[in-house]
Design a protein around this ligand. Structure first.
Ligand SMILES: CC(C)(COP(=O)(O)OP(=O)(O)OC[C@H]1O[C@@H](n2cnc3c(N)ncnc32)[C@H](O)[C@@H]1OP(=O)(O)O)[C@@H](O)C(=O)NCCC(=O)NCCS
Length: 189
């Protein structure tokens, strides 16, 4: 994979079936319960394959252990407003926002990294959050993701140590103002 997705079409709803969707088109669509396994695999690959450059093996193992309670994972993705990025029939990334204004998840498979998938997802999440009445979104960004969030318009509020399964991980609290009409330069409608 090499071309940036901003050069491709992004559509909001899965109105095209796989057999008519042109290759290389990025699809942004709502998460469904059947997507639990795919999102877990993207999470695993993103943490172990990308975030591992910024955290120790022990921290990575605590963040993304090999096994998951899939019912609980599914419940958390469904409880948030979760959106998927799909490319050529595969889930390559996902992001979300919660009712209390937290962008909780942003993960892109390393094979699809550096092409604008996160930008497309976050642009869409900001637009949906604004439409839902939010004025500001917060994120506990990883050291890996904070430069991307900064590039996407988030500003740093504080640094923090998050504790997960006995490991302390450095995070960066960031936030962004969202306004109706947010959506950047991508045509998502
Ligand atoms: C962080 C992550 C989501 C980025 O996904 P991505 O699809 O590769 O990001 P994009 O290609 O959309 O990049 C978005 C913007 O951030 C910039 N960017 C991304 N990483 C960057 C870095 N390390 N330094 C500087 N800029 C960076 C890109 O250049 C791009 O800017 P542009 O569109 O203005 O050119 C992905 O690397 C990932 O999943 N990381 C591991 C998991 C993780 O830490 N998730 C966050 C948990 S809070």
């Amino acid at each position: 994979m090499s071309a940036r997705v901003r050069e491709l079409v992004v559509v909001q709803n899965p109105i095209m079936t796989d057999d008519v969707r042109p290759p290389g088109v990025l699809l942004i669509r709502r998460y469904e319960a059947a997507d639990a396994g795919d999102t877990w695999r993207v999470f695993q690959a993103a943490v172990h394959g990308t975030a591992s450059r910024d955290y120790t093996p022990e921290q990575i193992q605590a963040w993304a252990p090999a096994t998951v309670d899939e019912a609980r994972w599914q419940q958390r993705r469904s409880a948030a407003h979760t959106w998927l990025a799909c490319l050529d029939g595969a889930v390559v990334g996902f992001s979300d926002f919660t009712d209390d204004g937290l962008l909780d998840m942003l993960f892109v498979h390393p094979d699809a990294g550096g092409r604008g998938v996160a930008r497309a997802l976050v642009t869409h999440v900001l637009r949906e959050a604004a439409a839902a009445g939010h004025h500001r979104l917060h994120v506990h960004a990883s050291l890996t993701a904070w430069p991307a969030f900064e590039r996407l318009g988030f500003t740093v509020d504080a640094t923090r140590l998050a504790e997960i399964r006995g490991q302390k991980l450095q995070n960066v609290d960031m936030s962004i103002t969202v306004t109706p009409g947010d959506g950047g330069d991508l045509d998502l409608d």
